[in-house]
Design a protein around this ligand. Structure first.
Ligand code: PLP
Length: 360
């Protein structure tokens, strides 16, 4: 029986990457030891660091004016790093609120800086959608504008990028980085915890416009300091080397798939299959409006919630793992990141159809 893991994070990784890591676990590049046992300042590891940055730059088409950092502390580390590095006196940090993760970023920023939250949600009984970016009420001056293009828990994705005449645009792409093509120049800073589309938890990718490194910000720990980490090549202290190695392998795997464009096409095919099935069913539902639906995280509800625990146990028996929704929203959630094959979504839809038939 094939097993498909729909966990929201840490999430499923490409089997080809895991097998390669297994093969070279004890002996990396013929050195005779594991990649996690060598100095991060050794030539082989520095070559890996360089290669991974080059791959990511190719995959995302990252312009020269941006620096790429491999940092510690996951997505939430950046909830602190962003205000600490980018705070400006007399200009509020603006947080666009679309769901639970953007709220979390705002709450953290309030510890360090004067932050304001702007509600960009349209919530009615029958439908949830996000206000079009042109209608967001952004203030004239801001230290920066922060938003979350993919709300992992709520299953909401924002496909348009906000614009501001002066304030930098900051995006938490933890759960949708590398899932579809974007124009990096639309952003001033992108960050993404690795454990959804990149590799193991702990690592965080930061792509930041070099001009932002000149900001004084607030006193901050060295490991969260963009300018310092840039100067040190992300090695102010020992980086999470094994996670970095796996990220490099995942980047290579995406290139083998045909790059982000090819992955995006498959992601759309997977999401369409699942949403179309949910919409056509009177047993399951999802109330996110079609233009705001996430390609990566698909929450859904059984109309009869008393069947939730049977649904989950039958799904596990069928090899479909981790479908329980986040505790704060309930219901179910299928996370279908880059590494989830099309066959996994087919297996899920077939199971859901069978379950509905047996319980209607
Ligand atoms: C998972 C996630 C985070 C938090 O990541 P941690 O590595 O656990 O700190 C932040 N933002 C989004 C959108 C996420 O999906």
């Amino acid at each position: 029986m094939s097993v498909y893991n729909f966990c929201a994070g840490p999430a499923t990784l490409p089997p080809a990457v895991m097998q390669k890591a297994q093969q070279e676990f004890l002996d990396w590049q013929g050195i005779g030891v594991s990649v996690m046992e060598i100095s991060h300042r050794s030539d082989p590891f520095l070559a890996l660091a360089k290669q991974s940055e080059e791959r990511l730059r190719r995959l995302m088409n990252i312009p020269e004016e941006y620096t790429v950092l491999f940092m510690h502390g996951g997505g939430r580390g950046q909830f602190s790093a962003v205000p600490l590095n980018l705070h400006q006196d007399n200009a509020p940090a603006v947080y666009c609120h679309s769901g639970i993760w953007s709220q979390g970023a705002f709450d953290e920023a309030c510890k360090f800086t004067n932050a304001v939250s702007i509600d960009i949600r349209n919530d009615s009984e029958s439908e949830f959608s996000v206000v079009p970016v042109a209608e967001w009420k952004l203030p004239d001056t801001a230290s920066y504008i922060h938003y979350c293009p993919n709300e992992t828990i709520d299953g909401i994705e924002l496909f348009d990028v906000p614009k501001h005449p002066t304030a930098p645009i900051i995006a938490d792409m933890s759960s949708n980085i590398l899932s579809r093509e974007i124009n990096v120049s639309d952003f001033d800073l992108i960050y993404a915890g690795a454990q959804k589309n990149i590799g193991p938890s702990g690592l965080c990718i930061v792509i930041v416009k070099k001009t932002l490194l000149e900001r004084e910000g607030l006193p901050r720990p060295g490991i969260l300091d963009y300018a310092l980490e840039t100067k040190q090549g992300s090695m102010f202290n020992t980086p999470p080397t094994f996670a970095w190695y796996l990220a490099n392998e995942v980047f290579a795997w995406i290139e083998e798939q045909g790059g982000v464009k090819a992955v995006e096409e498959l992601n759309k095919k997977k999401a369409t299959l699942l949403y179309d099935f949910i919409d056509s069913s009177d047993f399951y539902s999802n109330k996110v409006a079609s233009g705001s639906r996430s390609l990566m995280n698909v929450p859904f509800w059984l109309n009869d919630e008393s069947l939730n625990s049977v649904f989950l146990s039958k799904a596990s028996e069928s090899g479909l793992l981790a479908l329980e929704g986040h505790r704060s929203v309930g219901g179910m959630r299928a996370s279908i990141y880059n590494a989830m094959p099309y066959e996994g979504v087919v297996a899920l839809v077939e199971f859901m159809a069978r379950f509905a038939q047996e319980h209607s």
